[in-house]
Ligand binder design. Structure first.
Ligand SMILES: Cc1cc2nc3c(=O)[nH]c(=O)nc-3n(C[C@H](O)[C@H](O)[C@H](O)COP(=O)(O)O)c2cc1C
Length: 304
């Protein structure tokens, strides 16, 4: 592929984020490539595995207790992307620590662990346990705290909507994470994302991951009712690309905080747009569910 003249980076070369060196800048996004343990045995034209050239896999968000997720249907395809309401189905933190993380290490998958909690201080407790379990792990590079989940202790609103709560979550995690990267994943469903990014950085985040899904709704015209049992879902895929670019730009311009760009990336050109705005790395989400080699192809295309 023809790369623009301004593009001087090889995204498959190591780069430093906070206290950690990552093997590359093209990552997969949380929830869109399971835990990073699937697909190792498949190959595709020119690729021996979907993990080739990846800088990190952000694992599916894990919560303190296992969750079965929301009732079906919970994923709806749209002409411009997808609407999901998975409800954070996951194996639970203990099982993740006991089985999933050691297997990721054994397979050499560069990993960022995504965590959700029910109270700000719980992030600290989870990160401390992770730090103990993974102290010697070479391929575990960081933690992404998912702030787009309900804060049960404080009224059920997303943690990520209030700068003070963001600060408390990040500070609790940072205290327990001395030598791995700490990322705060922000919701786009707010008026002033730059203030949230600033609060995260000032409390110790090395970068913010932007964006999580956009609130959306689809109507089934046969029944006249919303398709998803919980009415609203998270919109992702090509249709959110301009929203993600605008949110990243707002953060870079107004807050000057390092950003990992995510939202609507389907190919190398989309990824380049985030880098043009100053992103340190990018994550591929919905596209990875359609084609497990999407991120690997982008990494190959951008390394020239
Ligand atoms: C099916 C599905 C599940 C997701 N699960 C998570 C999750 O567990 N944690 C999280 O932080 N983001 C989750 N996301 C959001 C993605 O990581 C990403 O931020 C969002 O989809 C925008 O990127 P995309 O347009 O490339 O998909 C999920 C997205 C989808 C489509």
């Amino acid at each position: 592929m023809n790369l623009p003249d301004w593009w001087k980076i090889d995204p498959c070369e190591p780069f430093v984020l906070g206290p950690r060196e990552f093997p590359g800048r093209i990552w997969t996004a949380s929830g869109c490539f399971a835990y990073g343990l699937t697909g190792h045995e498949i190959s595709s034209r020119g690729f021996t595995s979907p993990y080739e050239g990846l800088g990190a896999v952000v694992s599916k968000t894990v919560t303190p207790m296992a969750r079965t997720g929301n009732p079906m249907p919970r994923l709806c395809e749209l002409p411009t992307g997808a609407l999901n309401s998975i409800g954070l189905e996951n194996v639970g933190f203990d099982e993740f620590l006991a089985s999933v993380l050691p297997e990721l290490e054994r397979r050499g998958v560069p990993t960022v662990v995504s965590l959700a909690a029910t109270r700000p201080d719980e992030f600290g407790v989870m990160v401390a346990a992770l730090q103990m379990a993974g102290a010697d792990y070479e391929h575990w590079h960081g933690v992404e705290i998912n702030l787009s989940c309900p804060n049960v202790a404080e009224g059920g609103h997303d943690f990520g909507r209030d700068p003070e709560t963001v600060a408390r979550c990040v500070a609790a995690a940072r205290k327990a994470l001395p030598d791995r990267a700490l990322l705060a994943k922000l919701t786009p469903n707010v008026a002033d994302i730059a203030s949230l990014a600033k609060a995260a950085a000032e409390s110790g985040a090395d970068a913010v991951s932007v964006i999580n899904t956009v609130v959306g709704l689809e109507v089934d015209l046969t029944s006249g009712r919303p398709v998803l049992p919980r009415r609203y879902g998270g919109y992702s895929g090509p249709g959110v690309l301009p929203i993600a670019l605008a949110k990243v730009d707002e953060i870079v311009q107004k807050a000057g905080v390092p950003v990992v760009g995510v939202g609507g990336i389907g190919g190398a050109q989309d990824a380049l747009k985030f880098f043009a705005l100053g992103a340190e790395a990018v994550q591929v989400g919905t596209a990875q569910m359609e084609d497990p080699f999407a991120a690997a192809r982008i990494a190959a295309d951008l390394s020239g």
